[in-house]
Design a protein around this ligand. Structure first.
Ligand code: UD1
Length: 426
């Protein structure tokens, strides 16, 4: 068995241009939504990352014909609606498989989705997804580890989908996908406002749905009889863009990012500016560079339009090199700090107390062997490796490859010394 790892020689300033790919978190629910459509769906800018491939595998088992084209376009057509079963084997690999629940129930009157298990970033309940299905009139039961939902006909409903940590991105997506074919009007209160939810709603509307209010906490859905297929381009990945912005800043380099939407990253850019990173729009691209001195800041993750939790680990890595103490508070996933122990191995000074980490800035990070643990924590380690003195070896890179397409190749293209190597094990 081959075990891939990244080897990074740090200290090179990154310079050049990078194209940001399509959003993984938008592509996943949009691909799942094709289960609702009668005709052919063609999606452009679908990132070829492991999570998207896992969902494609699941959709194939659910009767969807999927054809990848060389330019990151995908053609999806439902050919068979018999199977309604999302098995544990795939769901355990990727929690986002839960986003087939709404469309299967709405289109096939039945869904059996394995209950997602524990996950590296703490408990991740799905009560809001289930609440939405029940309010729309489904019977939902937990049978031997599977969520089994049934409804002859879904009926429009008013739903409050707020939980202890605010709105739910995929919960809102599931409610939307179930409500589009329900009879009558549905209202989602405390809907997630994330750009990925807006993208899903826009896609559904292009297929013939009638959704308004996406991007606000109140989404209104008028049920329709059927959805057609359509051709649609996925929005750029704001988390990949944010990660490359930090790559530019942490190496004291300058990167031009193409296909980058600043309006999706306002809170993050506000915090970057406070640190001393310059982000400038130039025609169709965005240029990122930084001052030599990095200022310490306070930052708290929040639902959109606040600072995204998916960039917390990467921003913390930059703050490790600021001149003073920063305070990072995680309000979405309070246990999402797996990167803290690994960054400490590279010389970072981090003090965790509950959902807050005090980051004591140091002059430099030093290369070390470290372990990737979850998707965004692993990206943080790549960034630390780029800035560190010496060599960093990052094991278990499959975590990074779940959500970043060819990150090693893209970084090499702008001057990073990063290689993807493999250890052979008998
Ligand atoms: C999505 C993103 C993930 C991101 C997260 C928050 C995808 C594929 N994943 O995950 O990258 O980090 O949004 O922006 O889009 N919660 C409940 N009950 C539920 C569902 C969620 O209490 O039924 C809680 C969660 O534990 C968490 C908060 O709500 O504290 C937000 O989670 P949620 O928005 O649902 O995350 P995902 O949609 O799974």
């Amino acid at each position: 068995m081959a075990l891939p790892y990244f080897q990074i020689n740090g200290g090179t300033r990154l310079r050049g241009s990078v194209r940001i790919g399509g959003s993984k978190n938008a592509a996943l629910p949009i691909m799942a939504a094709t289960l609702l459509c009668e005709g052919e769906v063609i999606l452009h800018d679908v990132p070829r990352v492991a999570d998207v491939k896992s969902l494609a595998e699941l959709l194939t088992k659910l009767g969807v014909n999927i054809e990848w084209r060389p330019d990151n376009s995908v053609r999806l057509v439902v050919r068979d609606e018999m199977n309604c079963d999302a098995e544990y084997d795939i769901v355990r690999k990727m929690r986002a498989s839960i986003c087939v629940l709404g469309p299967l129930l709405a289109k096939r009157q039945k869904a059996k989705v394995a209950m997602p298990g524990g996950c590296a970033i703490g408990d991740r309940p799905i009560d809001l997804h289930i609440r939405a299905m029940k309010l729309l009139g489904a019977d939902v039961e937990l049978v031997s580890g599977d969520i089994v939902a049934k409804a002859k006909k879904l009926r429009g409903a008013e739903m409050f989908l707020g939980g202890p940590y605010g709105s739910s991105v995929l919960g809102t997506g599931n409610a939307l996908m179930a409500a589009v074919l329900a009879e009558g009007t549905s209202v989602i209160e405390m809907a997630a406002c994330e750009p990925e939810v807006v993208d899903l709603a826009n896609f559904l509307n292009q297929c013939g749905a009638s959704i308004s209010g996406q991007g606000t906490p109140r989404i209104i859905i008028e049920g329709v009889k059927e959805l057609k297929g359509c051709e649609y381009r996925i929005i750029p990945d704001r988390i990949e863009a944010g990660t490359f912005m930090i790559a530019a800043a942490i190496t004291n380099g300058e990167l031009e990012l193409e296909n980058c939407r600043l309006d999706h990253l306002m809170a993050f850019i506000d915090r970057l500016s406070a640190v001393g990173v310059h982000v400038e729009r130039k025609d169709k691209s965005v240029t990122v560079s930084s001052s030599r001195r990095l200022e310490p800041i306070e930052v708290t993750t929040q639902p959109f339009p606040g600072m995204p939790t998916d960039l917390q680990a990467q921003l913390m890595t930059l703050l490790c090199l600021a001149e003073g103490n920063s305070i990072v508070t995680e309000k979405i996933f309070p246990d999402r700090f797996l990167h803290v122990a690994e960054l400490s191995r590279m010389g970072a000074r981090l003090h965790k107390s509950g959902p807050t980490v005090i980051v004591q800035g140091v002059k430099r990070l030093v290369g070390a062997p470290v372990m990737a643990s979850d998707l965004r924590a692993s990206a943080a380690l790549v960034l630390a490796g780029l800035a560190a003195r010496g060599t960093t070896r990052i094991n278990r890179v499959y975590h990074i490859e779940r959500g970043y397409e060819r990150i090693d190749e893209k970084l090499r293209g702008v001057g990073a010394e990063i290689e993807r190597l493999e250890d052979g094990i008998e």
